[in-house]
Write a protein that binds this ligand. Structure first.
Ligand code: FES
Length: 488
């Protein structure tokens, strides 16, 4: 039986990225109708796929495990109540299908009797009817398996379609709708993440939600009548259509001031520390991947401040990661100097101001992504890569990480894990004697891997690296609007 599937659901079923399906649609290899594909068409283009209960899940889980930190993995079953509600809804559908089937059976019985009553005149018609029925009832093809898998996924996850953007994402496990939107790489409007501010309220156009967290924010009578819900405190019971405000650009993200606690300080190599800050549960940092903040000691003088790009994904807005380098400390950055002096400890309070900067993704382009970074320029690139994996709309990703000292790619294992786990992901390490040489070498290495004109290219590093890389990209004819750069 032909089944219509959303692109997001089709990608989830066969264990490929949404970006790769979109590319096939653009190339005319896969037919789509109003953003939907049929199960038959899916099997025509992917004839060798093995749709097994474990297959799709294992693939997606493997990607998530390798691509994301432990904290953002929440692929668990929904709560018993939500599961029970979804199973009840499916039972109702099944019951309706059974009643229809019984009527068709009755109809077929009467038809057979009529044909039999026609005697010889109806013999050919009778044979045709029997053959047709045998064919339909005897067929057990992959198309049926797609339908079965889709039903299973509908019990485990709920699909949310956002208006007016048309974005789609899945609510898994015991996630709130807000958490699921962030994990999917969207930029919904929100504030506290805890039911206090009301900034996450959105109208549920269709589908059923369930409140799973207490809230203090009172929705007005009119809002309740119009079915507004706080996304930070509700999960999806069924597939939903919601009207949700989303940030269109970095300018839509408000500046915030938060006091976070140092969770840990750990060396990445002899020149770089990983600083892990955790915000209060009720006051998280809303930011876009690629943006930065100012860090300072709570109540400290301006000497203890420093500007850093976030190295973590906006989908985990409580756990903020930074790569702080010895070069920062030597350049007079007060915060880095204090950290390298061993004076920053777990539990310390740190002021966070921001976010700032517009070194952010342009998901609407749909082009392949290439990231060129040098030394700690990897920090914003790590955030952007995690965000692009969550968005799942880019056909290919290349990270070219240039180091100006031997082995300076302090998270090379992370890059190799991405390349191993993800189709269309390439990691290109480069070493060079200085930043300017590194910029030229990175462009040359990228050009050897894929056509520069196919990509949106993001460049991050010190001034000499960015200047050299951008100059070579310009000389190679890459249009200005396909290059984004940040100087650290
Ligand atoms: S984010 Fe503040 S109430 Fe939901």
């Amino acid at each position: 039986m032909t089944q219509l599937l959303s692109l997001a659901r089709a990608a989830q079923l066969i264990g490929v990225t949404r970006g790769s399906l979109q590319e096939k649609i653009r190339n005319g290899e896969l037919a789509a109708f109003d953003g939907m594909v049929t199960s038959e068409e899916l099997l025509r283009v992917f004839p060798d796929i093995e749709i097994e209960v474990s297959g799709a899940f294992e693939h997606v889980t493997r990607i998530k495990e390798q691509a994301f930190g432990k904290r953002v993995r929440q692929r668990m079953l929904p709560s018993q109540e939500v599961l029970a509600q979804r199973l009840f809804a499916q039972s109702q559908e099944l019951d309706s299908v059974r009643r229809h089937l019984a009527r068709y059976h009755e109809l077929l019985g009467r038809l057979s009797e009529r044909v039999a009553a026609m005697g010889d005149a109806g013999r050919d018609l009778g044979v045709m009817l029997d053959d047709g029925l045998a064919l339909v009832l005897g067929s057990q093809d992959k198309d049926d398996t797609v339908a079965v898998m889709d039903e299973i996924l509908r019990v485990i996850t709920a699909q949310v379609t956002v208006r007016p953007s048309g974005h789609e994402f899945f609510v898994e496990g015991s996630e709130t709708i807000l958490e699921a939107a962030l994990h999917a790489g969207l930029a919904p409007a929100y504030g506290c993440g805890n039911g206090n501010c009301g900034l996450c309220k959105a109208r549920v156009v269709s589908g059923e939600t369930r409140q799973i967290r207490n809230t203090d924010y009172p929705l007005s009578e009119v809002e309740r009548t119009q079915n507004y819900k706080l996304l930070c405190s509700h999960t999806a019971v069924s597939d939903l259509v919601i009207e949700m405000v989303e940030a269109q650009s970095a300018a839509d993200i408000p500046e915030q001031q938060i006091v976070a606690k140092v969770k840990s300080v750990s060396p990445l190599d002899a020149h770089t520390f990983l600083l892990h800050l955790q915000t209060p549960r009720t006051n998280r940092l809303r930011f876009m991947a690629g943006q930065g903040v100012t860090l300072g000691y709570a109540g400290g003088s301006v000497d203890f401040r420093g500007d850093y790009p976030l190295a973590s994904c906006p989908c985990d807005d409580r756990n903020l990661l930074f790569h702080v380098t010895r070069a920062d400390a030597e350049a007079g950055d007060g915060f880095a100097a204090r950290l390298f002096a061993g004076a920053v400890h777990a539990g310390d309070a740190v002021d966070v101001w921001g976010p700032y900067g517009d070194f952010v993704l342009k998901p609407e382009s749909g082009r392949a992504l290439a990231f060129l970074c040098c030394d700690a320029g990897f920090a914003p690139v790590r955030s952007l890569v995690e965000h692009s994996l969550a968005l799942d709309v880019f056909p290919a990703i290349t990270v070219c990480w240039a180091a100006t000292r031997p082995g300076g790619q302090y998270l090379a294992n992370q890059c190799r894990a991405w390349a191993d786990a993800l189709d269309g992901f390439d990691y290109l390490p480069v070493e060079a004697i200085d930043a300017a040489t590194a910029g030229r070498a990175a462009v040359e290495r990228l050009a050897g891997m894929r056509g520069l004109a196919e990509c949106d290219i993001y460049v991050a590093g010190d001034e000499a690296f960015v200047a050299a890389a951008v100059a070579d990209l310009n000389s190679a004819g890459v249009p200005e609007d396909r290059i984004a750069a940040t100087v650290l």
